[in-house]
Design a protein around this ligand. Structure first.
Ligand SMILES: [Ca+2]
Length: 300
């Protein structure tokens, strides 16, 4: 009987070769699964970003119905202070203090109405609060952040002004330590214009103006060392690269190819939203927009 017992023991154990075979199969499976899991994760984030854009779009339409037009997006306020498209979008949706937009706003970076009245005082009175609109976007999905939470050096911008942030949470908030996304860029179409000229970024006939968020993009990525010295001239807009003229890529990547009789942008009668996407850098192929983003590797 003894030899039989010995034999059955031998059968129950794995040989080194069997173990190695199983382990290498597992390693191969992990190697195959991890990239597809990462891809699924990135796709899920993209869907989440699109959902955030949809909620902002619905909110902008509500704003437009109430105020007979989309929020302004020019890079300065009426007094000439830097106050760009991304910041004006946040004010329109949430108010400068996130408790509601004041209908008397002139979209000034200091929150004043131009007649000496502070529309967003630190301790608003009941009258002030009653005059406000409820935030158009829920605070939780708005993901608003003060500029000083994102950037060490906000240059000419008031560091206490808010922007809406994307869902990618690439940066660490400088004050709370929580994860925070990059600002969502907002450009309003100037419907009195009728052109979209990639070869002439500064043409006064262009429907969109890349300068609306020019200086904000030039702050760079919060996790990189802050840019020093004068503003880099060729890193001026979401789509510029050092090899290309200032502003050119923005216009190529927002140009609507379905129209071939004239040069027209996507959403020529409304507005554009841009998220920096997974890599946190504006103007790269993974950017998410509220239109069909066609990233062109090379420009004509
Ligand atoms: Ca990007």
């Amino acid at each position: 009987m003894k030899p039989i017992i010995k034999q059955s023991n031998k059968k129950a154990a794995f040989t080194i070769v069997e173990l190695l075979t199983v382990m290498s199969i597992i390693v191969i499976l992990i190697g195959l699964l991890v990239p597809s899991l990462n891809m699924a994760k990135r796709y899920a984030k993209k869907v989440k970003q699109m959902a955030q854009f949809h909620s902002i779009e619905a909110a902008i339409e509500l704003f437009s119905n109430e105020f007979d037009g989309y929020p302004d997006s020019r890079e300065v306020d009426p007094t000439g202070q830097p106050y760009c498209g991304a910041m004006k979008l946040c004010e329109a949706m949430m108010g400068q203090d996130l408790i509601g937009f004041h209908p008397d706003s002139a979209f000034r970076s200091d929150g004043m109405d131009g007649f000496g009245r502070d529309l967003y005082p630190p301790n608003p009175s009941q009258d002030n609060l009653r005059a406000r609109k409820d935030p158009y976007v829920q605070l939780e999905s708005a993901k608003a952040s003060k500029l000083e939470g994102l950037y060490a050096n906000t240059r000419g911008f008031d560091p206490t002004n808010y922007v809406l942030c994307d869902v990618y949470d690439r940066a660490t908030h400088r004050i709370t330590g929580k994860r925070v996304g990059m600002p969502i860029l907002y450009y309003k179409a100037d419907t009195s214009k009728d052109w979209h000229d990639p070869s002439a970024p500064d043409s006064p006939g262009n429907i969109y103006n890349y300068r609306d968020n020019h200086e904000l993009v030039s702050l760079g990525m919060p996790w990189d060392p802050p840019p020093t010295g004068p503003m880099p001239k060729l890193f001026a807009d979401p789509q510029a690269t050092p090899a290309e003229p200032e502003g050119k890529r923005f216009y190529w990547n927002t140009k609507n190819d379905e129209i071939d009789t004239a040069s027209r942008p996507y959403r020529a009668d409304s507005y554009i939203l841009i998220s920096a996407g997974f890599d946190g850098e504006f103007g790269t192929s993974d950017d998410i927009c509220n239109f069909d983003w066609k990233y062109r590797e090379t420009l004509p």
